[in-house]
Design a protein around this ligand. Structure first.
Ligand SMILES: NC(=O)c1ccc[n+]([C@@H]2O[C@H](COP(=O)([O-])OP(=O)(O)OC[C@H]3O[C@@H](n4cnc5c(N)ncnc54)[C@H](O)[C@@H]3O)[C@@H](O)[C@H]2O)c1
Length: 381
């Protein structure tokens, strides 16, 4: 476990082992120099401590990159989420972390956990604020129903277009799930022309623009099979990435744009709705070709900005103040997008490097101010 530790963290790792249910779990509090640890809680049968530690580190950078005062943390439960004994495992996990939760860490949703599970975690600790992501009937808020991540992706597109002086408002969106469909909905409101969308079942192309109202209606009816029913030319999934367009939004899966695909992308602006859709080689190729890229953890941060409301309001008798979420996400996404693109332009390199540097600088500064960094004398030893 010491191998996981470096100059940033983790500050604390707690492992638990519950014999009766077979549940094993871990809480990793990575870096709390900017605020208390916050990140989702996941459950899967093959979970590892290393996986949770690297996700906790990602949260440290994400909170800092979007400039919110939370620290990086993540919790994981090694257990089958489909088991009939899930509740017993959840209750044991919460109980065994009662020293840390909610003062140092607050549970949240991630793979394998749903709103009802968040309610159980709060119940076990007798504390309404022990988890975010609780059902609306308990004062929580359904982020996915709000489509807040996609809303933020669209705002990021619009801010980047303005900043770069681009005027080709044709957009291709890969993926029409929680993120993709909400991105399309908001871009349509902002006056963009959606020329292609895709799901795992294929892509749809219409150079004059797809009918967004029809797409949204067909998604509600057929899910991913909407591509079989909507008006437009059918293409194999993946072909949309290199179509003639002004903007490309990969919002499906990681690793879809490698250096080869990056060389063929025709968009002038790529806004990453999905996590890790480009690799470092692709980012380099895109930068060399003058394509502006808004990195994933800037562009898809709408959900974590909304989660910060969940944190702030989790003890409020008024519940989470949803009316404040959308305007705040809009404002934050636009500011963060500009900050990163300006920083990339000033310092050279890719926008991913600029975003990473910005996050590290903020965390380093917080650690210095709190006296957490080794003194120069100690460093010299
Ligand atoms: N949901 C969120 O709030 C959120 C927040 C931040 C990041 N993300 C990231 O965004 C991405 C999408 O998440 P989601 O929640 O929308 O998932 P989802 O499961 O709701 O939707 C995924 C969509 O992508 C499509 N798809 C899958 N493979 C494809 C392929 N090869 N070609 C074209 N389409 C394909 C699916 O058919 C589906 O329409 C993931 O990388 C996720 O980690 C999601």
């Amino acid at each position: 476990m010491f191998d996981l530790m470096d100059e940033w963290g983790p500050e604390k790792v707690v492992t638990v082992n519950h014999q009766r249910s077979g549940m094993r779990g871990v809480l990793v509090i990575d870096n709390t120099s900017r605020g208390p640890g916050k990140g989702g809680t996941r459950m899967r049968p093959d979970l590892t401590v290393g996986e949770v530690a690297s996700l906790a580190r990602v949260m440290t950078w994400k909170w800092a990159a979007v400039d919110l005062y939370q620290g990086g943390a993540k919790a994981g439960i090694r257990f089958d989420p489909a088991s009939p004994h899930k509740e017993e495992a959840l209750r044991a996990f919460a109980r065994m972390l009662s020293n840390e939760v909610p003062r140092e860490y607050v549970f949240g949703l991630d793979m394998g956990l749903n709103e009802a599970d968040a309610a159980i975690l709060c119940d076990e600790l007798g504390d309404r604020g022990a988890a975010t992501g609780t059902p609306a009937a308990l004062g929580g808020v359904a982020y996915d129903a709000l489509g807040i991540t996609g809303h933020g992706v669209a705002e990021s597109v619009d801010a980047a277009m303005e900043h770069c002086g681009l005027d080709d408002r044709r957009v291709v969106v890969q993926g029409f799930g929680a993120v993709g469909h909400a991105t399309v909905r908001r871009l349509d409101e902002l006056g963009y022309r959606i020329v292609a969308v895709s799901t795992a079942q294929g892509a749809l192309h219409a150079p004059d623009g797809l009918d967004v109202t029809e797409l949204l209606r067909l998604r509600a009816e057929h899910g991913d099979a909407l591509v079989e029913h909507a008006t437009g030319t059918r293409l194999p999934a993946g072909a949309e990435l290199t179509l003639d367009t002004g903007v490309l939004v990969p919002a499906a899966q990681q690793g879809v744009i490698d250096a080869g695909v990056a060389g063929q992308v025709r968009a002038r602006l790529v806004v990453e709705g999905a996590n890790l859709p480009t690799d470092a080689a692709a980012q380099q190729v895109l930068a060399e070709r003058g394509v502006t890229v808004v990195p994933d953890f800037i562009a898809n941060a709408g959900g974590i900005i909304a989660a910060a409301f969940g944190m702030r309001d989790r003890y409020s008798p008024f519940g989470v103040q949803t009316a404040e979420i959308v305007p705040t996400v809009t404002e934050r996404m636009r500011t963060n997008t500009l900050t990163v693109l300006q920083s990339a332009a000033e310092h050279g390199g890719t926008s991913h490097e600029a975003a990473g540097q910005l996050a590290r600088d903020r965390v380093r500064r917080a650690m210095e101010l709190r006296g957490q960094r080794p003194t120069p004398e100690r460093m010299a030893l």
